[in-house]
Design a protein around this ligand. Structure first.
Ligand code: ADP
Ligand code: UDP
Length: 240
């Protein structure tokens, strides 16, 4: 049974589960925010879309033997996950230049990165999630060198699997953000969400942006765009 509200973030609410202290319910909201909360809006149906897309992607990763906190979707907007202590790092993997790296380093959008670039950001809204290096991460979090290597390996594996999945549904995986958390036994596991809010996805044929950039840049209908992503993933999993 759904227990008390533990935390409300920009995109999700986190609930305890009565009698299941090692699990949580993540409830996806209809709010959209960008530029660290400076741009805000609400979109009817967004919570459902991100919940269902994230559930499909974590299911797919499980099928590829890549573990995560994800247990199951509970309903349209909620999912059950393993409770973790989140490591306050945003692990960004980039296959193609877009977003902050183009502004920060003057790299032209669409430049390819081979091998992919991994960037670490310190998850701290008050500091605007600054870019940090590995040594900063050891100071700012409780992870060891070995654990950071593991996190990076996992992030690259997620990248390989998702590049292939999205390619199969006509999308290019440009970049994405992951979070990792620590389970009760101390081990580290992939957590949070993977959705068009946290990935950049470009249509392989038209180059059209099919992710939160439609909201950031006011270039399209967010719900229609996310619905199209879910539909492609549903058709793909039905065909398999
Ligand atoms: P934010 O905190 O950045 O506004 P959200 O609105 O998505 O983000 O809130 C969801 C919160 O739940 C995030 O802080 C995220 O790190 C956290 N979270 C995600 N998965 C888990 C988990 N398995 N255990 C504990 N916390 C989690
Ligand atoms: N991202 C995210 N949450 C954040 C910051 C970034 O999910 O707080 C995702 C973003 O959607 C993109 C990738 O991480 O897919 C890289 O984001 P970038 O650093 O380019 O920042 P942006 O310009 O998107 O804010």
């Amino acid at each position: 049974m759904k227990g008390s509200l533990l935390y409300e973030g920009k995109a999700k609410k986190v609930y305890a589960i009565t009698d299941q202290p090692e699990r949580l319910i993540l409830s996806y909201k209809n709010d959209a925010t960008a530029f660290n909360g400076k741009k805000k809006d609400q979109f009817e149906g967004k919570g459902r879309l991100n919940n269902l897309i994230t559930s499909k992607l974590f299911d797919y990763l499980h099928q590829q033997q890549l573990p995560s906190h994800f247990i199951e979707a509970l309903n349209d907007t909620e999912q059950v996950v393993q409770k973790t202590t989140i490591i306050p790092l945003e692990v960004v993997v980039r296959n193609v230049a877009a977003g902050s790296i183009t502004r920060r380093l003057g790299i032209e959008e669409k430049t390819r990165f081979t091998p992919p670039i991994i960037e670490l950001f310190y998850k701290e809204d008050e500091l605007d999630d600054p870019l940090i290096n590995d040594v900063h991460a050891y100071h700012l979090t409780d992870i060891s060198e070995k654990e950071l290597s593991f996190i990076k390996e996992q992030a690259l594996l997620v990248n390989e699997h998702l590049i292939q999945l999205f390619k199969d549904v006509g999308l290019e995986l440009v970049d994405f953000k992951l979070e990792f958390g620590r389970l009760k036994d101390g081990s580290i596991v992939l957590a949070d969400e993977i959705s068009p809010d946290t990935c950049r996805l470009w249509d392989l044929e038209t180059g059209k942006k099919m992710d939160k950039d439609v909201f950031r840049e006011n270039i399209g209908d967010l719900v229609e765009t996310y619905e199209a992503i879910l539909q492609r993933l549903e058709e793909y999993t039905c065909a398999k």
